[in-house]
Design a protein around this ligand. Structure first.
Ligand code: SF4
Length: 354
């Protein structure tokens, strides 16, 4: 048994850039450049960062909607086995490495295929940002929710109508909604349909890719409460991708902060909000508006733009915008290290001093 449902190791995703008359490969957009991250069973991990930092790419690569360039993703694999495989991959013994590679073909989410992949697809689901795009406008709600059940042959065809009604009930809809099309619903109701479809395979993990960003504020709260309730009832694990920090504060147990294709800080939500360690996390949190005109909070304004992911800065990727940068930051890349406190890690050379 392991506490980790998903263990991501050294994940890379490069998008090739072509140029010239013959469309030759000239460079790569390094959307993910060596990401290590664990997602615990039953938790909601919030993934935050500026637009273009790689958070949506991470989610889509994890779901195998995009092929990865390098790396491994272990799903519900015992920690001891993960450590043994990683040690074998790092060893200089070719036989050890070959053994590890063979085992990875059976368990690595990025390598498995055929029936094993089909079985894993039942356990991994996704809710996209905009239900207007993610639901087929020509399909009835009945067929949208039933589609995964039919594709995966999970339920006797005679029981599908009852199963669909039960799923709609879980998200606050009724049998009256079965024979309608997505355009007949409000944005919040459409997202409920998307959630019902995601629940249909009885998943263990759901990627929530900005599921409330396209909704009105009042509806956002309803959907967040629904997601929390479902998580408790069905013992679900979420990766909640968002750029809305208050949403992530409300729903997440832990937060992972990304910058330019790398993790810069990971830790429990309350601790990160109380004492952010990484200068980038500090800047992000300082931008949250305070709903009290009397309260003055120092706002950290980041200078410059996010660097080009085709040619990221050497050393710490954040150094061109960091007011704490020293010479070491320009030449040596900081690795994620324990940062005083349970479950806290940060990638910064100077976190103890600032
Ligand atoms: Fe700033 Fe240096 Fe820390 Fe990077 S390593 S965040 S540049 S202080």
């Amino acid at each position: 048994m392991t506490d980790n449902l998903i263990d991501i190791r050294a994940l890379k995703k490069y998008y090739p850039v072509t140029g010239g008359v013959f469309r030759r490969h000239v460079a790569d957009v390094k959307a993910l450049d060596g990401v290590d991250l664990t997602i615990r069973k039953g938790e909601c991990l919030g993934l935050v960062g500026e637009s273009g930092c790689g958070k949506t790419t991470l989610g889509k690569t994890l779901m195998r909607l995009h092929p990865s360039t390098e790396g491994r993703i272990y799903f519900d694999t015992a920690g001891a086995e993960v450590d043994a495989i990683e040690a074998s991959l790092a060893s200089s013994d070719p036989a050890e490495q070959a053994k590890a590679m063979a085992r990875l073909r059976e368990i690595d989410l990025l390598s498995v295929g055929g029936k094993r992949l089909l079985a894993l697809r039942q356990k991994l689901q996704v809710v996209f940002q905009d239900p207007t795009n993610s639901l087929d406008p020509r399909m009835l709600v009945r067929d949208i929710v039933a589609e995964p059940l039919v594709a995966q042959r999970l339920v006797d065809p005679r029981h599908i109508p009852d199963t669909v009604i039960e799923l709609l009930g879980k998200v606050g809809l009724t049998r009256d909604h079965l024979m309608r099309y997505p355009h007949e619903f409000s944005g919040g109701q459409r997202q409920r349909i998307a959630v019902a479809r995601a629940l249909s395979t009885n998943p263990r993990f759901i990627l929530m890719d900005e599921p409330t960003s396209a909704l009105d504020v009042s509806v956002q709260a309803q959907i967040l409460n629904l997601l929390k309730k479902l998580q408790d009832e069905m013992e679900l694990t979420y990766l909640f991708v968002t750029h809305h920090l208050l949403v992530v504060k409300y729903i997440s147990n832990r937060i992972a902060v990304m910058y330019l294709g790398k993790m810069c800080e990971v830790g429990p939500t309350a601790e990160i909000f109380a004492s952010p360690r990484h200068p980038y996390t500090r800047a992000l949190l300082s931008a949250i508006p305070v709903p009290d005109p009397e309260t003055k909070r120092e706002k950290i304004i980041l200078t410059g733009d996010v660097p080009n992911p085709i040619n990221p800065p050497k050393g710490c990727r954040f150094h061109p915008r960091c007011s704490y940068a020293v010479e070491r930051c320009r030449v040596e890349e900081p690795l994620l290290e324990e940062a005083g406190g349970k479950d806290r890690t940060v990638a910064c050379h100077r976190w103890k001093e600032i």
